[in-house]
Design a protein around this ligand. Sequence first.
Ligand code: SAM
Ligand code: SF4
Length: 459
Amino acid sequence: MSDFINDEKLETMLDEAEPTAEEIDRIIEKSLNKERLSLEETATLLQADKPEWIEKIFDGARRLKSKIYGDRVVLFAPLYIGNKCINDCEYCGFKASNQDVERNTLSEEQLRQQVKAMESQGQKRSILVYGEHPDYDADFIADTVETVYDTTEGNGEIRRVNINAAPLDVEGYKKLKDVGIGTYQIFQETYHHETYQQVHPSGPKSDFEWRLTGLDRAMEAGVDDVGIGALFGLYDWKYEVLGLLEHTIHLEDEFDVGPHTISFPRINDASGINIDDKYEVNDEEFKRLVAILRLAVPYTGMILTAREDPELRDEVMEFGVSQIDAGTRIEMEGYTHADEEQNLDKEQFEIGDTRSLEEVMYELVRDGYLPSFCTACYRLGRTGEHFMEFAIPGFIKRYCTPNAILTFKEYLEDYASQRIIDEGEKLIEEKLEEIEKEDIKTELIEKLERVEDGERDLY
Ligand code: SAM
Ligand code: SF4
């Protein structure tokens, strides 16, 4: 597998981009027609620095979001399984040389307790997170996935388990495919070779290429939902956006399917962190990068995490974020100690959004979003083809919106506070009104009644 990120090529594209108002309009139009942008077109948007150009880009991203995605937002929660680590990533509280952090791996019993605590809040989707350590090999990861699927609490169940862990070999990914993982996520952190070497001085993660090709091996093993990401703040944000796009194009070229999701975390404070602020991404730049990514890859899910504070999260959601985590606890055993303050000696980094799932749900509903815990595509085997949502006319109206409403209704029945029930039932009524096709509406009303009568997991 060849190393497909060419730093010089990406830098030159940024240098040579010459934005004009007409060109920006043309590029945004292309994106609104659901076509992925080229590297050159994306470089043009990245270099569009004038305030009126930036406004055009924000507006384009908003239009794309409402045209394609509507007001659905999928919710999930991360679960930290183990924080032992043999790497020394300069930005991470779990790095091997950090003696201040308490090292733990959840036992099976502790894992079940965390899962039950998440389920009793109403979570249905989780991403399991692991340090890189010989203890956390593919067999161990597979066992933990099985435990999560197998742990239920009342009506609660985690229906989709995603993974954020170190890259594996093909055999390792096959084991995870066999236990039914959803997405396998690996963040390249930075696509800039020199910076990569600086911030990953030792351990297996110092091998840029092994990490870069990690998702190719996942695809070869048949795990066709993969997630990419860059950690913003290590190098020039504009370069990293092009890196993410080049990675996307590579996966499309090799496997006919791009990434299922793109993540764009910014560096947050962490215990023992050693990063200068030269490339720190401010809020304005962050908004630009989210909007430009949305336009560059119109059909890919975009994940915004609780690293960001609630105000900024609200602002960038309208640029096309499709998934957020909510009720997040990232310290070990955090879901059974949910009332405790954040403690940097226990967690990987500090999070900005510490709201509970209840608060996030309430605010989403109040702001007109439709929270969704839908896992239907993955459970029906529709993986690796996520952009059929966009390619097949009417797919979202026929499947995604009704499934979002059904999973939201389950939440109202099983977990919601009175204030969410009051707002939520109104929201469902409004959404039903908006459904034009009578057959879809009738089927949905019938299923909503079945949920009221106690049935679950209808899709
Ligand atoms: N250990 C595995 C790895 O490095 O790929 C997987 C889990 S790691 C705990 C998840 C991600 O957290 C990393 O890929 C990195 O992008 C992000 N991260 C690490 N330190 C961070 C920090 N200080 N602020 C924000 N995100 C951070
Ligand atoms: Fe370990 Fe991942 Fe943290 Fe690096 S980012 S130190 S690999 S947990």
